[in-house]
Every structure is written in C-alpha cells, then in structure tokens.
Design a protein around this ligand. Structure first.
Ligand SMILES: Cc1cc2nc3c(=O)[nH]c(=O)nc-3n(C[C@H](O)[C@H](O)[C@H](O)COP(=O)(O)O)c2cc1C
Length: 175
C-alpha cells in the first residue's frame, strides 16, 4: 500500500499568555461557527448583541449557552435579564449581524415584536430560541450564560458562517 504524502503546511506553536493575544485569536478562529444575535428587553427598550459563542448544552432539559465579555457595556443588561431570544442568522442577514456590533443601528427600522415573556423577537431569522435564564458562570474575562429553551423555531435556508475573522457561506462537499 502506498500512501501519498500530503504537503505539510507549517504550523505555529505558542503558549497563550507568553505570546501575542492575536495568536490565540487566530487559533480559535480556525473553529468555524454560525452567527447569532441575542436580544433582551431593557429599561430603555430592546437591545441586542452579535455573538458566535453559542453552543448547545443539553436536549433534556433543553439548555444552550453563550458567553459575554465582562468588559462589554451591555454585560449587566444581558446577565440581569430573565428572558432572552437567541436568533441564528442566515447567509443574507449580515445587515442584522452588523446592527448589533459596537456602533450598529440596533433595532431602528428592523422588523421585530415582543414574545409572551416580553423579550424582543427579530422576524425571519434561520432559527430562534426563546429562553429563560438558567445560570451564570464567571470564567476569566467572560461570563457564560446558560439558558433554558422555552420555545424554538426554525426554517429552511443557508446559515451565515464566521471563520478566521471573515463571514461567508457553508460549502457542501460534492457527493
Ligand atoms: C462575529 C462576531 C461574534 C461575536 N461574538 C461575541 C461573543 O460571543 N460574546 C461577546 O461578548 N461579544 C461578541 N462579539 C462582540 C459584540 O458583538 C460587540 O461588538 C461587543 O460587545 C461591543 O462591545 P460593547 O458591548 O461594549 O458595545 C462578537 C462580534 C462579532 C462580529
């Protein structure tokens, strides 16, 4: 049996903390994710944040997680909210992604409504998890929020993907 030697691409080995933080960001960026927007209702109206730290935790009970930077101006609002909605964006929704990063337009001119728990629902996203807070865990410079899913929705469509700091589409392998 002959094995065809694949060309080895040189790798960069580093110890987090001893090297530039960009190295750790670059290594983590190799893990491709979807993009989500988490929304809550605050005293000043609806607020959202674009995230990619979303993950499923448990099916029974239905639990999901995401994490928020403790330095975020919106940290207290999101950790303090009992109800939230996590929206998974489709490949055409980079406008919604941009609205909920720093300096974005937020809900202005967006199609949304309140759910039964008074949490803001953005219409027509790829999937949606309407949640109640389960627990909070401070770890390092982030807080992990675990949320219990009360109601969920999903539809057909292609996801918005985030990989190595760039946005794109999922490419299917040829069968
Ligand atoms: C693709 C993408 C993923 C992000 N993921 C997270 C995240 O998981 N957690 C987080 O706290 N901020 C995340 N951010 C940053 C926030 O969207 C936002 O820009 C940041 O909280 C702004 O800081 P501020 O809340 O102090 O205004 C992400 C931004 C982008 C563009």
């Amino acid at each position: 049996m002959t094995a065809v030697a694949a060309e080895r691409i040189p790798e960069q080995i580093f110890v987090p903390g001893e090297s530039d933080a960009r190295q750790l960001r670059s290594a983590l960026g190799a893990f491709t994710t979807g993009v989500a927007v988490v929304t809550v209702m605050g005293a000043d109206g609806p607020t959202g944040i674009t995230i990619n730290s979303f993950a499923s935790v448990s099916l029974t009970p239905p639990l999901v997680l995401w994490s928020i930077d403790r330095a975020s101006a919106r940290h207290g609002l999101f950790t303090g909210a009992e109800h939230s909605v996590i929206h998974i964006l489709d490949a055409e929704q980079d406008d919604i992604m941009r609205r909920f990063t720093r300096g974005g337009a937020g809900f202005q001119g967006l199609d949304w409504s309140l759910n039964g728990q008074n949490a803001p629902v953005i219409h027509n996203t790829l999937a949606r998890f309407e949640c109640t807070r389960a627990s909070l865990h401070d770890e390092g410079d982030h807080t992990i929020l675990i949320a219990r899913v009360l109601r969920a929705a999903h539809r057909e469509g292609e996801p918005l993907c985030f990989s190595r700091g760039a946005f794109g589409r999922f490419a299917h392998h040829a069968a």
